[in-house]
Write a protein that binds this ligand. Structure first.
Ligand code: COA
Ligand code: AMP
Length: 632
């Protein structure tokens, strides 16, 4: 392997404390850390335990104070509303300080949780940073989740206050958010003290007297708040992500390690220098939005783009190119599914030729496996390096990437390249032994994880330990399977649990099964992820009905599709279900979901030796064919 990246990997793993101590000098601390790593409660590690800082200060005020006050910090580009707004670092700092004052006026103090249920509008970014300014812990809930999902998060995080907008805009549809919030608060046992609502011009939300406050009025009467120093180890945010059950996992991120890692990653992973324009086409509700719409670029003194639109249909498949050209974007980060959508509408890339894309230096893809066809299409059309990189909500930043800021390695299609410095990636067999190069197994990272990765799960240390650290002592289990080749290139092939990836969104089939099973006519069910040309995977439900079911099979299918939308949300994209006579199982009663997935995707499969009744597989094959799958 060439030297620069190998050298950085070696230094980061042989002496992580001096590696990260050096990176930490790029952050402005109110009390510089003297200790780098606290391993006294291993496997619970803490970075920079005696450091103190404010993340919002580092993201905004620092740049105002050091010559970037008039540089653009945020560009809000919203083709769905026809709006373009620009904020300098000074303007954004002032808005954030005022909104922090509004939160403080409602009694929000350091350590309090604030849930944000917001579309992609500047107020979402302002609210996140305002929480960070006060040392309050934000938890952003993606707008595509339904009220019961929001209620679960309200009960887990116990927010003092919730910030919401009247609506989101999905292509041409206005989606009312506020009624979903009202319903969630009714469902939740915990009640917030107040809700601050941004009324958008597209829809005015009805307010609940005595609880709901108008964003604009709160801000108008607010006194700007100063940055509150917090311990490096204090939580900055909680971000819920799908687990194997309907109970999501509240990933907790700290302030110090997060700031150090993200700033380091902007320059070393993405190769982006302060002053440049960086665009992560994602949503603030996902980790990519947290790390690379908000915190990473701002910590690094970049201009970040907040894009309220879709890769296609807002207004067409040329919208990404228009944004790059208009704002001179140097680096774009999105999910492969966005490129599949663009490629489907404009296979020859004709719309690309309408724009001057000379500012673009690289495209980064993550969120799901990058299929080589899409990757090659993007490389050919854009003529810039296309970097697949692998990471997770839990890790907060890339585990495996082609670190363009350190050294650009040759690309091997199908691999996100090599371990990023700080990450000690290994492949283990079921017994926890390392496997030879080229052999597939569980992808794990040796502890301690680098700064910026999750501290724990909110109020659930034991669940954190059980989910990630228990199976392979001394390692973090990523729940992805894959292999490492002789040159150290990592290949990420599949999840080892029931998580599926739908249009770059991470969803739990277990959570969907819980919804299906709650239908009175459903005796048994399974949800599998089946291959989809656009979204990568989509969920498909298989239902066994009770004897004497009250509703017809067609009605039950309709019911469960509606139920998943109402309980989990439209983001689940659950539109396919079919009734089957029985489900294939092992003799011990385990449902053979993996085998059904292979049948649906027309992949070769071996009949499991432990199968209870092999005849069921033929029945499943026929049922899947009826709904357009299993076509060989
Ligand atoms: N608020 C309310 N509803 C939302 C929503 C939000 N923030 N985000 C999505 N939805 C709804 C959509 O309207 C859609 O509803 P529908 O079933 O009524 O059509 C459903 O949730 C599924 O949304 P989505 O997965 O976005 O599918 P889509 O068909 O609208 O668009 C793509 C497909 C590929 C264009 C889109 O998924 C995309 O742009 N993906 C980019 C990937 C990405 O951002 N990944 C994040 C991690 S990097
Ligand atoms: P999320 O937590 O939503 O970011 O989803 C993380 C999961 O998405 C990972 O565990 C992988 O299964 C998948 N994933 C993310 N990036 C990649 C990638 N570059 N290649 C393969 N899978 C990926």
């Amino acid at each position: 392997m060439p030297t620069r990246i190998a050298d950085a990997q070696r230094r980061s793993l042989s002496d992580p404390e001096s590696f990260w101590a050096e990176a930490a000098t790029a952050i402005r601390w109110t009390r510089a850390p003297k200790r780098v790593l606290d391993d006294s409660r291993a496997p619970f590690y803490r970075w920079f335990p005696d450091g103190e800082l404010n993340t919002c200060y580092n993201a905004l005020d620092l740049h105002v104070d050091t010559g970037r006050a008039e540089q653009l910090a945020l560009i809000y580009d919203s083709p769905v509303t026809g709006t373009l707004e620009r904020f300098t670092f000074r303007q954004l700092r002032d808005q954030v300080a005022r909104f922090a004052g509004a939160l403080a006026a409602q009694g929000v103090v350091k350590g309090d949780r604030v849930i944000l249920y917001m579309p992609m509008i500047p107020e979402a970014v302002v609210a996140m940073l305002a929480c960070a300014r006060l040392g309050a812990v934000h938890s952003v809930v993606f707008g595509g989740f339904a009220a019961p999902e929001l209620a679960t998060r309200i009960d887990d995080a116990q927010p003092k206050l919730i910030v919401c907008a009247s609506c989101g805009i999905e292509a041409t549809r206005v989606i009312a958010y506020k009624p979903l919030l009202d319903e969630a608060i009714t469902l939740a046992a915990h009640k917030p003290k107040a809700c601050i609502v941004k009324q958008r011009s597209q829809l005015t939300a009805a307010m609940v007297a005595g609880r709901d406050l108008d964003w604009d009025a709160c801000v108008a009467s607010a006194t700007p708040a100063a940055c509150v120093p917090v311990a490096a180890t204090d939580p900055l945010y909680i971000l819920y992500t799908s687990g194997t059950t309907g109970q999501p996992k509240g990933v907790v991120r700290d302030n110090g390690g997060h700031a150090v890692a993200l700033k380091w990653s902007m320059q070393n992973v993405y190769g982006v220098q302060p002053g440049e324009v960086f665009w992560a086409a994602s949503d603030v509700g996902w980790v990519v939005g947290h790390s690379y719409i908000v915190y990473g670029p701002l910590l690094n003194g970049n201009t970040t783009i907040l894009f309220e639109g879709k890769p296609v249909g807002t207004p067409n498949a040329g919208t990404f190119w228009r944004v790059i050209a208009d704002h001179r974007v140097c680096t774009l980060f999105t999910a492969p599914t966005a490129f599949r959508a663009i490629k489907k509408e404009d296979p020859e890339g004709k719309l690309i030729r309408d724009f001057d894309l000379r500012s673009l230096r690289a495209l980064f893809l993550a969120g799901e496996r990058s299929d080589p066809a899409t990757l090659v299409w993007a490389e050919t059309q854009l003529g810039v390096p296309v970097v697949d990189h692998w990471w997770q909500t839990e890790t907060g930043w890339a585990i495996v990437a082609n670190c363009l800021g350190i050294e650009s390695l040759p690309v091997k299609h199908g691999s996100p390249t090599v371990a990023v410095p700080g990450w000690d990636v290994r492949v283990l067999d079921e017994g926890g032994h390392e496997v030879p190069r080229g052999t597939t197994g569980a992808l794990v990272c040796k502890l301690p994880l680098p700064p910026g990765s999750l501290l724990t799960l909110w109020n659930a240390d034991q669940r954190y330990f059980d989910a990630y650290l228990k199976e392979f002592p001394g390692y973090y289990k990523t729940a992805d399977a894959g292999y490492i080749d002789d040159a150290g290139y990592v290949y990420v092939m599949a999840r080892t649990d029931d998580i599926i990836n739908v249009a770059g969104h991470r969803l739990s089939t277990g959570a969907m099964e819980e919804v299906l099973a709650s239908h009175p006519d459903v005796a048994e069910c399974a949800v599998i992820g089946v291959a989809d040309e656009l979204k990568g995977e989509v969920p498909l439900g298989l239902l066994v009905l009770r004897d004497g079911a009250a509703r017809t099979p067609e009605q039950v299918v309709q019911d469960v599709v509606h139920r998943v939308r109402d309980v989990i949300g439209p983001v689940a994209a659950f539109k396919l279900a079919t009734v089957v006579k029985r489900l294939p199982k092992t003799r011990s009663g385990k449902i053979l979901r993996g085998t059904m997935k292979k049948i649906a995707d027309s992949q070769p499969y071996k009949q499991p030796a432990t199968i209870d009744d092999p005849a069921v597989l033929g029945e499943i094959d026929a049922s899947l064919r009826d709904v357009g799958y299993a076509k060989r």
